[in-house]
Design a protein around this ligand. Structure first.
Ligand code: THU
Length: 157
């Protein structure tokens, strides 16, 4: 028997420590929260994906009365990117959210399991890491690749 431990590296930053392009991507994610359709949770999430060409694609959570038919902001943005720019690798995704009080969350929110799976597949598909920026008004978290967020991922044999 061997006990093993996994550790992940991530960075905690303030907004002004980020490069201008990353701040713009976060701004795009924040703006995208305004397009959220969240009549059930009242939790509005925005995601912005920068592709390798520099093109930015955004998405927001879109809920549905049949709850599982709705989708998260991250998958909305990723599937839109895949539909419009199928040959371009996503390079960075920024995620922001407004709580039920309408304010940007002080702490970053983190993608759900289903979104992690979808984000991870982009890494596999394009053979490059997809950087993740999680925005909170008090702290931004940077993770250098999605595989750090989903260890022991399912692989197709
Ligand atoms: N949601 C997202 O869009 N992204 C996340 O990372 C977490 C949750 C959405 C799903 C649902 O519409 C609402 O937020 C509340 O869970």
């Amino acid at each position: 028997m061997t006990d093993k431990t996994l550790t992940i590296a991530y960075r905690s930053l303030q907004l002004d420590e980020l490069a201008e392009t990353d701040r713009q991507l976060i701004d795009a994610a924040i703006s995208a929260t305004e397009t959220s359709y969240a009549p059930y949770s009242h939790f509005c999430v925005g995601a912005a994906v920068r592709l390798e060409s520099g093109v930015v694609v955004v998405g927001s959570n879109q809920e549905n009365v049949a709850f599982p038919s709705g989708t998260c902001a991250e998958r909305c943005a990723m599937f839109y990117a895949g539909s419009r720019h199928p040959h371009e690798a996503p390079e960075t995704i920024a995620i922001a959210a407004r709580g039920t009080d309408g304010r940007l969350t002080p702490r970053p929110i983190s993608p759900c399991g289903a979104c992690r799976q979808v984000l991870l597949q982009a890494e596999t598909r394009f053979g490059r890491r997809l950087r993740v920026l999680l925005y909170g008004s008090q702290e931004v978290i940077e993770i250098s690749g999605v595989s750090d967020l989903l260890p022991f991922e399912f692989v197709d044999f």
